[in-house]
Every structure is written in structure tokens, then in C-alpha cells.
Design a protein around this ligand. Structure first.
Ligand code: F6R
Length: 269
């Protein structure tokens, strides 16, 4: 795993945007895997800014979101489809028909998972998957004890996740307890993974993910099995990492290297 420690949230957003920009300028028909939640908001703002100010071009890009709630329609204010439209898709030149979010209202929700997997395969697979991590270690909505080889399917959210996400729902509003999510196996099939985490509340999760034992009890630890993961964290989220000094040392050497080579040289399919 490559661990990059950014000094603050803005620097983190810029570093993540650099990786995406490099990906989509090198391969304009890239397939991106995207996440919702608070963590990638700064990244999406930065991508919108680069599109508006520098013409960053999304016209050939396709996207697949990680997850969606079951039981609320796509146009519900709290649906992940609405989140993506409002926070990214409506502000860039992406072809909306090339943006995919799992179907949380399918007639038979059990069919929605395999259909989504098929769509990802037909698109050629995910080139770069953006992830956040839950305080309980979930990635997508793969809660603790999710199979490390799982594919897109329905999951029941833990009390911890329901509590963490209750901030988005008003007290009298229906908060879904089920979600459809890419599996850990689906995520591990992406060619490259960009994991973002910010704030002290994620410090323990980041330590378990990067330095803990691989375990279904802490789903994000499965990323250790992928050969191309970049974890970008701010100082607060990095605060409990045992080898923090080492990651910073590597980062410094890499910055020097980047000055010599173009990062796009490292992108391949
Ligand atoms: C969102 C998702 C989740 C979030 C995680 C962290 O699509 O799949 O795994 O990435 O819950 O959420 P935030 O960023 O709100 O802390």
C-alpha cells in the first residue's frame, strides 16, 4: 500500500484530484468507481473547479458508484444518485447515461446485484475506484464479516453505520437499514484503488486498514490484498499509524521522483 499523508483537507483533495486528472487525461474513456459520503466532497469540488477553469474533460468517462440505499427512489433527496448529481455530475461534462448507481428500487432487489456486476464487466471493468472508510471498517456498505470475495448484493447496515449516517436524515424521516453495495471482491477487481480518509474519527479505522491483520471483521483491511492501492489521509486520520514517519519518508522520496517522471507514465490497463 502506498500511504500519503497530506497536511490538510485541501491538500488531500488536490492530491486525489491529481490522480483522477492524470487517469482521465491519459485514458479519456476511463471507468471510475465513485463513493458518496463527506470524505470525497472536497475532491468532487476540486474536479468541478478543474473542469470549469481548465476544461478537465469528462465526456468519455463512465462511472459506477459503490452503493445505494434500498427503499428510497433515485430522486429522493438522500439517495446516493441525488448526492452524485448534486455534488458532481450536474457540474461537469459527463454523459449522464454513462453514470451508474446500483438500483435500490428494482422490482426484485436480489437481481440488481448481478445486473450491476454485468454492467461493470461490459464497461471493461473499473480503472480507478475511489473509496472512503466507515468507522467500523466498512468499504462500500460491506459491513464487518462481509465475505472478502463478495460481489454486488444487499447488505443490512450496522447500528454504527446507521448512527454515523443519521446526520443526513431528519428525526421523523425514514432511514433505510438496507443497501445494495459492490462487494469486496468487486472492489478488489478494480485496476487501481484510491482510498481517502480524513479526521480523527477515522484514525483507528486507518490504522486497522493499513497496519492491522486482514480480516472480514474489518473489511477495509482486504485492501492489503490489492497490488495498487493509494491511501491518502490527513494528519488527523494518520495520527494512530505506527509507521507514520516511514510513510512520510517514502512520500518525500516519491515527490522528488515525480519531478523527474510524469505520473501519467504509471497508468496502464
Ligand atoms: C459511500 C460509501 C461508504 C463511505 C463511508 C465513509 O458511498 O460507500 O463506505 O465511504 O461510510 O463515509 P464518510 O465519508 O461520510 O465518512
Amino acid at each position: 500500500m502506498e500511504v500519503i499523508i497530506a497536511s490538510d483537507e485541501n491538500t488531500l483533495a488536490r492530491k486525489c484530484a491529481d490522480i483522477i486528472e492524470s487517469q482521465i487525461t491519459t485514458l479519456p474513456d476511463s471507468v471510475l468507481g465513485l463513493a458518496t459520503g463527506s470524505t470525497p466532497l472536497g475532491l468532487y469540488e476540486e474536479l468541478i473547479r478543474r473542469h470549469r477553469e481548465h476544461g478537465l474533460n469528462f465526456s468519455g468517462v463512465s462511472t459506477f458508484n459503490l452503493d445505494e440505499y434500498i427503499g428510497i427512489p433515485a430522486d429522493h433527496p438522500q439517495s446516493y444518485r441525488t448526492f452524485m448529481n448534486q455534488n458532481l455530475f450536474d457540474h461537469i461534462n459527463i454523459n449522464q447515461s454513462q453514470t451508474h448507481v446500483p438500483d435500490g428500487m428494482g422490482e426484485n432487489p436480489l437481481d440488481s446485484g448481478p445486473i450491476y456486476e454485468k454492467k461493470i464487466k461490459e464497461a471493461g471493468g473499473i480503472d480507478l475506484q475511489v473509496l472512503g472508510v466507515g468507522t467500523d471498517g466498512h468499504i462500500g456498505f460491506n459491513e464487518p464479516t462481509s465475505s472478502l470475495r463478495s460481489s454486488t448484493r444487499i447488505k443490512t447496515l450496522t447500528h454504527q453505520t446507521l448512527e454515523d449516517n443519521s446526520r443526513f436524515f431528519s428525526a421523523d424521516e425514514f432511514q433505510p437499514k438496507l443497501a445494495i453495495t459492490m462487494g469486496i471482491g468487486t472492489i478488489l477487481e478494480s485496476r487501481r484503488i484510491l482510498m481517502m480518509a480524513t479526521g480523527e474519527s477515522k484514525a483507528l479505522a486507518v490504522r486497522e486498514m493499513v497496519e492491522g491483520a486482514i480480516s472480514a471483521f474489518f473489511p477495509a483491511s482486504a485492501l492489503q490484498l490489492h497490488e495498487r492501492v493509494t491511501v491518502i489521509v490527513d494528519e488527523a486520520a494518520a495520527s494512530k499509524l505506527e509507521l507514520k514517519g516511514y510513510y512520510k519518508f517514502v512520500g518525500k522520496l516519491q515527490d522528488d521522483l515525480i519531478k523527474k517522471h510524469r505520473p501519467s507514465d504509471w497508468i496502464s490497463r
